[in-house]
Design a protein around this ligand. Structure first.
Ligand code: HEC
Ligand code: HEC
Ligand code: HEC
Ligand code: HEC
Ligand code: HEC
Ligand code: HEC
Ligand code: HEC
Ligand code: HEC
Ligand code: HEC
Ligand code: HEC
Length: 319
């Protein structure tokens, strides 16, 4: 009986999706879609809790979802059935399942599960959910969220990344590198830079550009400054990597190599009057002149204002 009902539900889904072809299928009468939609239990959560008042289910009672006084909350509306859909048939007989199952072998398709949540959570952070990278992978809200817990781990700074790492192993290894954003330390988390629900910008970033995302915390880098360093304005990731690096300061490469991507070896030779002991004929490449004592300390030893300068004499980013 139980499996026949499930087949019935599947049949109903198929019928609605492929109405024309499904009618041509030789379906046994017993597995025909029910003539009327499943009915609601109409007794509030208490009806369900008579049987489900256990540690797996009832921590939800301590969450905002269970607030009966809130007309926007499930318990202010259809109770458990706001998420699980009509379950009157299930109350009548355990052979029947609630309309929407979130886990287990018979779980509903992601779209059906998400539809329940999005009834109430379409806006705000979820504005760009449809068509987003995660939605396109057929992910469901409850691939990240848990609702039958007192506090959803993905909403807690210290435990969020672990959830993401279950699928993003590369980022896990990056945040364990020598230089990293303090993610392991629980001071910064993935959703400080990303909106996993969707974004108008690249890579699910919270803001429309990389730099806008970085300025949220590194506001002093925003400028405008009297002397701008072009690549800094363009994209922080020209020199930095966001999750972790084996170079200091999250750099993609060590200076001088970093700088030499763009600045030719000969640049200092063209400025002999600087008064500094600058490299001679050998230039900036691997074969370094030994009389250029500062070299090993890197370009930013002198060009310390590498992100730009407000000093009247800051055109070389040395002050
Ligand atoms: C009379 C007892 C009883 C009542 C009332 C009841 N349930 Fe159940 N429910 C069960 C039992 C027993 C199971 C486990 C059935 C099984 O594993 O086949 C279950 C299973 C479930 C499942 C998991 C189904 C699955 O296969 O994964 C959900 C979800 C559920 N119930 C929701 C509800 C909701 C919502 C209500 C209220 C509208 C409700 N139940 C009312 C006894 C009850
Ligand atoms: C009937 C409306 C409704 C439905 C359906 C609903 N929610 Fe909510 N949800 C709310 C309300 C109201 C709040 C509390 C107010 C707020 O934080 O926005 C909330 C809060 C939350 C929170 C924040 C919890 C916290 O501790 O701060 C998360 C996460 C969440 N919902 C996820 C979900 C997911 C996932 C689903 C589907 C499985 C879902 N919701 C279904 C109305 C709903
Ligand atoms: C890839 C993981 C992931 C998926 C999938 C996901 N979320 Fe979230 N959700 C998060 C994270 C992380 C936060 C915390 C965001 C923050 O603190 O800025 C969050 C926060 C929330 C909140 C509470 C903050 C708020 O907006 O009020 C709600 C509600 C919520 N999500 C609902 C949903 C719904 C509905 C879906 C499915 C359409 C969904 N989420 C899918 C990871 C996810
Ligand atoms: C906000 C939406 C929401 C509400 C309200 C809700 N549930 Fe759930 N339920 C879920 C999600 C999502 C899961 C998957 C497990 C998880 O996320 O913790 C789940 C899991 C379950 C399960 C485990 C089996 C399964 O396959 O789904 C049972 C049983 C269950 N819920 C019963 C209930 C009962 C009884 C109530 C009312 C007291 C209730 N739920 C209220 C969303 C909800
Ligand atoms: C259930 C697996 C899963 C979980 C959990 C998950 N993701 Fe993803 N995520 C994916 C898949 C699959 C893609 C798309 C394929 C890809 O680009 O790697 C993706 C893509 C992304 C992207 C890249 C988008 C792009 O344009 O390339 C970001 C950023 C991201 N996820 C962040 C997160 C964050 C943050 C969390 C935790 C809050 C998270 N993900 C949780 C599976 C997951
Ligand atoms: C400090 C900001 C920041 C934090 C924190 C952060 N990210 Fe990112 N993430 C970025 C930026 C910026 C990019 C874009 C990288 C690029 O375009 O090369 C990115 C890209 C990604 C991508 C896509 C990678 C690719 O190669 O396309 C994934 C997946 C991702 N992040 C997951 C995560 C996860 C998981 C966490 C938490 C452990 C996290 N991020 C924390 C800023 C951040
Ligand atoms: C949520 C806030 C936040 C955002 C957004 C953010 N950062 Fe950070 N960043 C931090 C914190 C906190 C530190 C550690 C500061 C410390 O340890 O003193 C840090 C450190 C750094 C460091 C120095 C690392 C080291 O090893 O000393 C660099 C470089 C950096 N961030 C670049 C970026 C870039 C590039 C972006 C944008 C992709 C970005 N940050 C976005 C908070 C943030
Ligand atoms: C041209 C390469 C370059 C670009 C582009 C760049 N940085 Fe840096 N950044 C560096 C170097 C080199 C250091 C190390 C400086 C040192 O060790 O004295 C550094 C250090 C940092 C630090 C740690 C020390 C400090 O100054 O606070 C932060 C934070 C930082 N960068 C953020 C950013 C942000 C945000 C952007 C984009 C707005 C950005 N950087 C763009 C080269 C760059
Ligand atoms: C992605 C290319 C790029 C990288 C990497 C880069 N720069 Fe620049 N830098 C520029 C551009 C473009 C200008 C503006 C040149 C101009 O206006 O002629 C500039 C200007 C400068 C200036 C001002 C002098 C001038 O010619 O305007 C100094 C000094 C400088 N860079 C030093 C560095 C140092 C030190 C590093 C490494 C930490 C570095 N740059 C990394 C592209 C880069
Ligand atoms: C010992 C200090 C010092 C070191 C180390 C140093 N610079 Fe300079 N650099 C200067 C000074 C001072 C100027 C201003 C030139 C002048 O006064 O004529 C300058 C000028 C520049 C300029 C702009 C003028 C030009 O010739 O194009 C660039 C670009 C530059 N440096 C890049 C670098 C790079 C790249 C490195 C590392 C490989 C580096 N510098 C290392 C002190 C230094």
């Amino acid at each position: 009986m139980r499996s026949s009902h499930i087949t019935g539900l599947l049949c109903a889904a198929l019928l609605s999706l492929f109405a024309a072809t499904a009618s041509a299928q030789p379906a046994a009468p017993a597995t025909q879609a029910p003539a009327t939609p499943a009915h609601f239990a109409n007794g509030g959560p208490e009806t369900c809790l008579k049987c489900h008042n256990d540690a797996k289910v009832n921590p939800i009672l301590q969450t905002p979802h269970a607030s009966k006084g809130d007309p926007h909350a499930p318990f202010g509306q259809m109770g458990c059935e706001s998420c699980h859909g009509a379950a009157g048939d299930h109350v009548d007989s355990r052979a029947n399942k609630p309309s929407v199952l979130f886990k287990g072998p018979n779980k509903s398709p992601a779209a059906a599960r998400n539809e329940m949540c999005l009834t109430c959570h379409q806006n705000g952070l979820r504005m760009n959910w449809q068509g987003s990278q995660h939605a396109n992978q057929d992910m469901a809200c409850n691939d990240c969220h848990q609702v039958h817990v007192r506090k959803d781990p993905v909403l807690i700074k210290m435990s969020q990344a672990e959830k993401c790492f279950t699928c993003h192993a590369e980022q896990r290894s990056q945040v364990f590198r020598f230089s990293h954003h303090p993610i392991r330390e629980g001071k910064v988390t993935c959703s400080d830079c990303h909106n996993p629900h969707g974004s108008p910008g690249p890579k699910l970033l919270k803001e429309v550009t990389v730099n806008e995302t970085c300025y949220n915390c590194h506001a002093e880098k925003r400028g405008p400054l009297a002397w701008e360093h072009e690549p800094v304005r363009e994209n922080c990731l020209t020199c930095h990597t966001p999750h972790g690096s084996n170079q200091p300061r999250l750099l993609v490469q060590r200076s001088p190599y970093l700088c030499q991507e763009c600045h030719s070896n000969s640049s200092h030779q063209a400025n002999p009057q600087s008064g500094q002991q600058l490299p001679g004929k050998t230039g900036f490449n691997g074969a370094i002149s030994t009389n250029f004592r500062s070299f090993a300390r890197g370009c930013v030893n002198c060009h310390s204002q590498i992100h730009g300068s407000n000093s009247p004499a800051g055109m070389w980013f040395t002050r």
